[in-house]
Structures are given as structure tokens and as C-alpha cells.
Ligand binder design. Sequence first.
Ligand code: DHE
Length: 518
Amino acid sequence: MKILRSLLAAVLLGNLAGAMAADAPALYTQHCASCHGASRLGGMGPALLPESLERLKRKDAVATIRDGRAATQMPAFAATLSATEIDALAGWIYSPVSPAPAWSEADIRASRVEPYPPGSLPDARQGAVAKADPMNLFIVVEAGDHHVSVLDGDRMERIHRFPSRYALHGGPKFTPDGRYVFFASRDGWVSKFDIWNLKVVAEVRAGLNARNAAVSSDGRYVAVANYLPGNLVIFDADLKLLKVIDGRNLKGDASSRLSAVYDAAPRKSFIVGLKDLPEIWEVSYDPAAQPFYEGYVHDYKMGEALPTPGFLNARRTVLDVPLDDFFFTQDYTNVVGASREGRGQVINLDVRRAIAALDLPGMPHLGSGISWLRDGRRVVASTNLKDAQVSVIDMQSWQTVATIPTLGPGFFLRSHENSPYAWVDSMMSPTARDTLQVIDKQSLKVVHEVRPEPGKTFAHVEFDRRGSYVIASLMEKEGALIFLDAKTFKEIKRLPASKPIGKYNLNNKIQRSEGTSH
Ligand code: DHE
């Protein structure tokens, strides 16, 4: 009986200890706040908000707290905290912060750092960059340990590797001279990197949860689309804040997260997608831009004054459904957009309305769309995040030309002006994520498959500037960049890399190759 009583006491005490230990806010303050910020907005470590953790499974959060993260400052808490405490902490970081976190213009300005002010570094290419073809350099985002690599594309060698902000997302964006590249992180940080000197020269936190960044074609403006707070933040080229445009409708009674921002070079404007409102914005960065009528086009009365300055203001095209995944015609007059439900539409930015509906089943991923000429007609092709297919659409009639069956749902498509082939992955498929398929751009048939490491994720291709080889990502922690001949599809070489995601060739990006995203 005595033994039973003490056992019961031990169990009760254990539970009590567990319950006390599960005081998650106190545990957070004690163990996490110094790196992740008292309000979980991030600091030396990333932000721990529900919005920032959307892509991290709870069991992975538990594992990170327990085991730490290799090659980062994140320690393992297995020896310090009990399993109950770790679980409580994991639950806490997924709960909303109250009051809701804010990020003001003053916060943006205060976050800016400038390790190398303008004029402090040489205006000429240095070291290994000086020996390389500057337009055949590649920038590689490695998500495994949050680093970026710079590759010399002629020698197929890595010439530099540096730590990036946590979880970069979207393509890095280059200035037209190829000297600077801008990265956006999901935590809202924007970093400006000087490729000629291999240095991060300025950084600013544009928001708490960002989608991507765009750089104006004249290299003078950087725009960032944020989920949290939902706004567009515009900087000058030194990342000094110029303007914040809130993601609100005209009446001001509904707000939205911003899904992405793109540079429309021929129009000298940024095009902005809104996640929760049926609008597309065009924000001109042309100082000579004409004023415009801000309201709905059909409300406009002939002769009425145009009150809104064209420069750095949002000119809205009102839609019937939010579109948040875009592909653009080469002149950027038409936006091909898809809703998350897969409703595709073509929006003309001059007449400011939909001009065609598209037959795009499943969940098309137009952001990775590419275009080419087939029988003298331009087509656009898109992968599908839900269905195992690539849709090919005629860009004059907007009719579907072909639906090419693939091994599984895919994310990225790539080609090059000098290549007859387009490369597609099936990275959303549990069984075929290890295989890249090669599509003949004229016959629209799959002509080859590459599967270098069965069972390992293999996706995202980038061509070198001449279209003679591709680099594909073996997207594993102990991953690799695999160089493949663009004609024979044979492996040429490998470079080890830590979960490499996107690769970006300077020439293809700056020249806006039709075979790659911009
Ligand atoms: Fe991306 C680009 C949206 C998930 C890697 N992704 C983009 C762009 C958009 C977008 C709008 C184009 C902007 C640009 O390049 O500046 N991505 C989304 C999503 O909505 C989605 C499905 C879910 C999400 O939570 O964001 C999503 N994206 C992912 C991933 O899971 C990927 C594979 C890994 C990661 O790092 O998050 C991923 N997205 C990428 C990459 C690009 C990208 C590598 C740039 C592609 C390029 O080659 O230009």
C-alpha cells in the first residue's frame, strides 16, 4: 500500500512537474527569446510565428528544438528540456501572437544595415569574378544550411559561398549591369549582394513574412511583396525605404496579403498579385508616368480628371476572383493568371479586364511557366502542382494545344533559346520526385528521363548562358548540383551542395530568356 501511495505521488508529482514544465511562454522567454525575439518576430534566429511556420511540420519543429540545427546557432535542447516541455514549446510557437505583430515604416528603417556603403568597394570585378565570364555566373540558393553559392559557369566551379538569411524564397533579382543581386527571405529580409566584390553590402527587413522581391529594369527600385503585414514595400537601390502601399481595396474596408511582385520591364512598372482581393496592381516606376483614374474602369466618366499620380502608386485592375500565380506575355501587356482553385484567366493590363478564360485543370503553376515558338506560334507551358501533366497553351487563341502527361505533379519548367527541349520535374510526386523529364518543344512528347539518384528529390534546372548544359538540383541535405549535357543528357560533373533549390544564370535572367522565369 505504502509503495502504491508513493508510486501515485510520484506519478502526480511527475504530472505536476510536466504541467509546470509546460508553461510554454515562460520556457520561451527563458530559452528562445534571446535569439528569436521576445515577440517571436525573429532576431539572430528566424521568426517563430504561425505565418512563418506554415511550411514546417509540427514534428519537424519538435525535432529541431530537441536536436538543434546543424551548422547554425540553434542548440539541441534534448538535455535541458523534457519531451513535454519541448512539445509545449512547439505548440506555443504555432499559436498566434497577441496583440498581432506590427512592422511599421520606423521598424523597416531601423532594421537597415549597410556593411559596405556605396563607394566603399571597387567598381571593378575582383578575384575569381574578374577571371570569369560575368554573364555566365550562376547564383545558387542552398536551403539546407541557408547559404548562397556563386559558380563560374565556364569552369563549372564554385568560386564563393556565403551565409544567407533564413529561408530565401523566389528568384534572386539582378541589376541590369549584373553587379548586384537582391535576395528576399520568407522572414522579410532583403539582402543586396555585390557580385563583383562578393560582399553583402546592405540589408533591410521589409516585413515579417515576405513572398518575394522584384528589381526595376533600370536597377533603381526594389519592391517587396509581404504577407505580414500585407503590403508592398518600395526601396531605392540602396534599400532605403521610399514607400509602403497597404494591401487594401479602394474603399479601404478589406485587406489582403500580397502574393508576389514582378518587374514588367517594357512597361517600367511592377505588377503585384493580391492573395485575398480580386485585384491586380500595376505600380509604375517611370517618373514620367501619366496620372490615372483610380476607380473601376467602368465607373470612369469621359473627361473626368485623373487624380492619382502615375509614379509609385497602385493602378488597380479589378477581377472577379483573386489570381495569385502569374505568367506574362513577352511585352507584359497580358498577365496569365491562375486562382488557387485552378481558374485561369488572361488579363490585359491596358484595357484593365479579363480578355480570355483558360482551360487549366488541377493547380497550374504559372510562375514557372516558359514560352517558345512552335510552328510560328508562341505557346506557354505550365507545370501542375496537383496533376501529373504539363499544359501547353497557344498565346494567340489562348486555347490548350496539348496536355503532356508526366510522371507526377511538377514545380519547375526550364528551357533556353538554343535548346529544342524543355525540362520538367515531378517533385510533388512521392514516387517520381527523383526524375526529370525532357520534352521536345515541337512534338510536345517526352523524349528522355534522368534519374541519377533513385528516391532522392531531383528538380529545378537552369541552363548556362549558351544553352549547352543544364544544372539540376539534387535537393537533399547532402545534395548536389548535377551538370548534364543539354543535347546528350549525360552527366558531366557534380558539385556537393546543401539542399540546393534554385539556380540562376546571370545572362538568362538579365536578358529575360524565354526559357526561364524572370
Ligand atoms: Fe515558390 C518562385 C510562390 C512553394 C521555391 N514561388 C516563386 C514565385 C512565387 C512562388 C509567386 C515567383 C516569385 C519570384 O520568383 O520572385 N512557392 C510559391 C507558393 O505559393 C508556394 C506553392 C507555397 C508557399 O508557401 O510559398 C511555393 N517555392 C515553394 C517551395 O516549396 C519551394 C520548392 C522551396 C522553397 O524554397 O520554399 C519554392 N519558388 C521557389 C523557387 C522560386 C520560386 C526556387 C524561383 C524559381 C525560379 O527559378 O525563378
